[in-house]
Ligand binder design. Structure first.
Ligand code: AMP
Length: 542
């Protein structure tokens, strides 16, 4: 078996790798590192979790060990699609380069430009960035890319997903033709293939098995039930989630709870908190500093439940996650593999529970055909849905009794009409509470469900197509990056406008009287000669 010491890496890198506790290279590392060390372009087809970050970071550090950084001209560039992934690469770099003197800067949106500018001005060996923020710095003239010797594109398929490909092409064109390119993608969509053909030169193709199969260390269970009414399924799923968490008891040390829509991420997190669970949301609409704070808290164990959207959480490397809960069945089957892969990592055992309603059948079929297995069915904890109807009635009454009754009444009347029209329960499925119970649990007396307006709004949205929000989040994430650039552009335009305002008379079109255009100065002894010159000029103009 190949060892790290066989890989001709810098001894300082080998030392750091040993300290990180790695014994042998993963397949992508064993294959990609020798090519990368030779200076060849590499096309790596691998997903997160395969050790691909080290497969480009270790040879990069080794090769950059010879040479020095120059002001504003980074020697290497790593592009990642999201801020979190870029931050994760930066952390990896810190781990592996800790015995070297190499420097790095992390350029991501949501962070002030000032500090980033200072680092770049000083000169860095490694620049890790999201594409939008990188171009932003470039357009401000703060960054020169002609010194880039090595360029890494990480998670190219997600770049495509998020609409970053034009930015990536532009960045490629700004870097020297002679650079080495290390390019990673989980899939080879036609657009990705086109890019690699255009910008990579005779790359070594390194591929690790596609992760369509789920790890044997993950126990998967599906909890499917028929909601009492379609518009109650959001509420009932939250109750099921709480019951499952309680059922897991001490064995649930921490968990990531995935929702399809970012608004629901907020609602589920708020609802869990209201029920006494230590939960916080993470999605693309939150401030970057808040996202980082939440992730750090989850990583260091001070936050137990992370409620997340796919875009914000995919690819995150948090080694010890005991449980993953799919609050929604993902509508893209690959997302199921990504989500549950957040647990059962590095040989640990993990549990992945999926909450589903009858309407999710089509998505479940796609998932099961992708992972080539049926997800075993679990039995809902006893009493998971008890008392919810009462509560629903009460919250409706509350709303009707409140001061802002008009919308509530309309909504309630609409619901009542719907209820009359629809069968009370989907008869094709037994109600969850009728299923046999394998592990009886004593349901704790439930606290009142929060009647936040935001929850009501989310319930209303629930029948909508889930993917729409996911797409929107991807767009927003991209938009965040673009906004940074737009802000700069607007700043620049304001500046130009101010400049024009100071330099002449505006607002009179072509009919500005000549005398208004003449400048007058207060005469001081020091400017007497200038004044004389002005007077001569004025008389010759007239
Ligand atoms: P990545 O695919 O780069 O996100 O890496 C996934 C996880 O594997 C990270 O937690 C790394 O620290 C870890 N890792 C990377 N290389 C190795 C290795 N050779 N042995 C053990 N763990 C590794």
């Amino acid at each position: 078996m190949i060892k790290f010491s066989d890989l001709a890496l810098d001894p300082r890198v080998l030392k750091a790798v040993a300290e990180a506790g790695y014994e042998t290279p993963t397949p992508i590392q064993a294959e990609a590192i020798p090519h990368a060390l030779e200076g060849r372009d590499v096309l790596g087809i691998a997903q997160t979790g395969t050790g691909k970050t080290a497969s480009f970071t270790l040879p990069m550090i080794t090769r950059l060990g010879r040479g020095r950084a120059r002001a504003r001209m980074p020697r290497s560039l790593v592009l990642a699609p999201t801020r979190e992934l870029a931050a994760q690469v930066a952390e990896n770099f810190d781990t592996y380069a800790k015995h070297t003197k190499l420097t790095k800067a992390l350029l991501i949106g949501g962070v002030a430009f000032g500090e980033q500018d200072k680092l770049i001005d000083r000169g860095v060996d490694v620049l890790i960035a999201t594409p939008g923020r990188l171009l932003d710095h470039f357009e401000r003239g703060k960054l020169l890319l002609q010194g880039v010797e090595i360029m890494v594109v990480d998670e190219a398929d997600r770049m495509l997903d998020m609409g970053f490909i034009p930015d990536i092409e532009r960045i490629f064109q700004l870097t020297p033709f002679t650079r080495q390119t290390l390019f990673f993608s989980a899939t080879m969509a036609p657009e990705i293939e086109r890019i690699t053909k255009t910008f990579l030169s005779n790359p070594a193709k390194v591929e690790v098995a596609r992760q369509n199969s789920t790890s044997a260390t993950i126990e998967q269970l599906l909890y499917q039930f028929a909601p009492s009414r379609k518009d109650r399924s959001f509420t009932e799923k939250r109750a099921v989630l709480r019951a499952l968490i309680k059922q897991e008891g001490e064995s649930c040390t921490n968990a990531i709870i995935f929702c399809n829509r970012k608004m629901d991420v907020d609602v589920v997190a708020k609802s869990l908190k209201a029920h006494g669970f230590d939960a916080a949301p993470i999605h693309g609409d939150l401030e970057q500093s808040q996202r980082m704070k939440t992730l750090d808290a989850f990583r260091d164990g001070s936050l137990k439940f992370l409620v997340a959207s796919d875009v914000a959480a995919r690819g995150l490397d948090i080694p010890a996650v005991s449980h993953v809960f799919n609050f929604d069945v993902p509508s893209h089957p690959e997302d199921y593999v990504h989500r549950i892969g957040r647990t059962g990592r590095a040989g640990r055992l993990g549990k992945a529970f999926t909450i589903a309603v009858t309407a999710d059948d089509k998505y479940l079929t796609n998932i099961q055909s992708l992972v080539k297995q049926d997800i075993p069915r679990g039995t809902l904890p006893e009493g998971a849905l008890d008392g919810l109807e009462d509560r629903a009635d009460r919250s409706r009454t509350d709303r009707r009794d409140g001061t802002d009754t008009k919308r509530g009444e309309r909504r309630s009347r609409g619901r009542e009409r719907d209820r009359d029209r629809k069968p009370k329960r989907d008869e094709s499925m037994p109600p969850a509470s009728m299923e046999p119970i394998s592990q009886p649990v004593v349901a704790e007396p439930s606290q009142p469900e929060p009647t936040m307006p935001v929850i009501a709004a989310a319930e209303q949205r629930e029948a909508r197509e889930p993917r729409r929000d996911d797409r929107r989040e991807r767009r927003d994430e991209r938009g965040g990056e673009r906004n940074d650039r737009r802000d700069r552009r607007e700043d620049r335009n304001d500046y130009r406008r101010d400049d024009r305002r100071d330099s002449g008379v505006v607002g009179m079109g072509d009919h500005v009287p000549d005398f208004i255009l003449r400048s007058f100065k207060i005469s001081t002894p020091a400017t007497e000669q200038d004044d004389a010159d002005d007077a001569v000029a004025a008389s010759s103009d007239a």
